[in-house]
Design a protein around this ligand. Structure first.
Ligand SMILES: [Zn+2]
Length: 325
């Protein structure tokens, strides 16, 4: 291969290919050919115009489709949001109803708590909790706290009140428990129904004409009548004695209280047994220094016989089944 220097005519054609245009030669199947001269100054704008028309023809439908799609999507979204808004409004209405109900219940609960506080104050007084101690744990605000409208704030306040009441209850229950146990230890009621034939104090002995000190009450009744204990306790004595009681039982009720049941015909308990109020402990007899079937009943405090009269007619406490300490 070698390089060939172009001749003058070829180099002129290369340097001046055209006169800023092009010629289209149209050759028909028959007849003379014809030329169509097109100038670049026409062709370029025409090409750009054609390109624009082409882009417009293809792009416009696409843009239109995209716009329609966007509008449909927005409409769907708007409808969905409207439905959600309606649902939220409905649920909000329900929630508001619940809040109102909760508020009413909370206020009722608060009022009941205040009532409980009042009753607790009475119990504290009975249990011997000092007023100074009560003042130190008294909740602040009292009934004014129930004026709070916000149920959540009120619940928080009630929670605080409950905590304080719990503290007060703990401070009160121990002394109250002691009071209840002491009350339960006090003998109450008749150990057996019958006729009072002799009371506490000095008397002329039924066996001989001399004056003696009678340390209990005598209750005359049928031989073998059941004898029931008048307070909870532990059997301290159950057996025979030669000092006059004959077959007898002594129950220790705690807090210094004891009861004695004398002249029995038969025992139903043993020493060390724990008994509850109204338990059957023995049967009426006439053992020991006795002139006929009757129960000799004594109440002792600190081992000293005291007049059982007021104890026989004392109402039994509702909590008398408590065990003694
Ligand atoms: Zn007697």
């Amino acid at each position: 291969m070698f390089w060939k220097k172009p001749n003058n005519s070829e180099s002129l054609i290369k340097r001046k290919p055209t006169k800023s245009g092009m010629t289209v030669l149209m050759i028909p199947d028959s007849g003379e050919s014809s030329k169509l001269r097109l100038r670049w100054t026409w062709l370029i704008p025409a090409a750009i115009l054609g390109l624009c028309i082409g882009i417009g023809a293809v792009g416009a439908p696409l843009l239109l489709a995209a716009s329609v799609k966007t509008n449909v999507s927005l409409f769907t979204e708007r409808t969905k949001l409207q439905l959600e808004k309606a649902d939220l409004e409905r649920r909000l209405g329900l929630e508001q109803g619940k809040v109102q109900s909760l508020t009413a219940k909370t206020q009722d609960f608060g009022q009941r708590l205040l009532d409980l506080e009042s009753r607790l104050g009475n119990v504290e007084t009975r249990a011997g909790v000092s007023k100074v101690e009560r003042a130190s744990v008294k909740p602040g605000g009292g009934a004014n706290n129930l004026a709070i409208k916000d149920p959540f704030e009120m619940l928080s306040t009630l929670d605080t009140l409950l905590g304080q009441s719990d503290s007060r209850l703990k401070k009160t229950l121990d002394p109250l428990d002691s009071v209840m146990r002491r009350e339960a230890a006090v003998p109450a009621g008749f150990p057996t129904p019958g006729r009072i034939t002799s009371k506490f104090g000095t008397r002329v002995s039924p066996r001989g004409g001399y004056v003696e000190r009678h340390t209990g009450w005598d209750i005359a009744t049928n031989m073998g009548a059941p004898v029931r204990v008048t307070a909870p306790g532990v059997v301290e004595t159950a057996g025979w004695t030669s000092i006059g009681y004959g077959l007898h039982i002594v129950i220790n009720h705690g807090y210094g209280y004891k009861t004695l049941y004398g002249h029995l015909s038969k025992l139903n308990v043993n020493v060390g047994d724990r008994v509850s109020t109204n338990d059957l402990i023995g049967f009426v007899g006439s053992t020991g220094n006795s002139t006929g079937p009757h129960l000799h009943y004594e109440v002792r405090l600190g081992n000293t016989p005291i007049n059982p009269g007021s104890y026989l007619f004392r109402d039994r406490p509702k909590f008398d089944s408590l065990e003694i300490k």
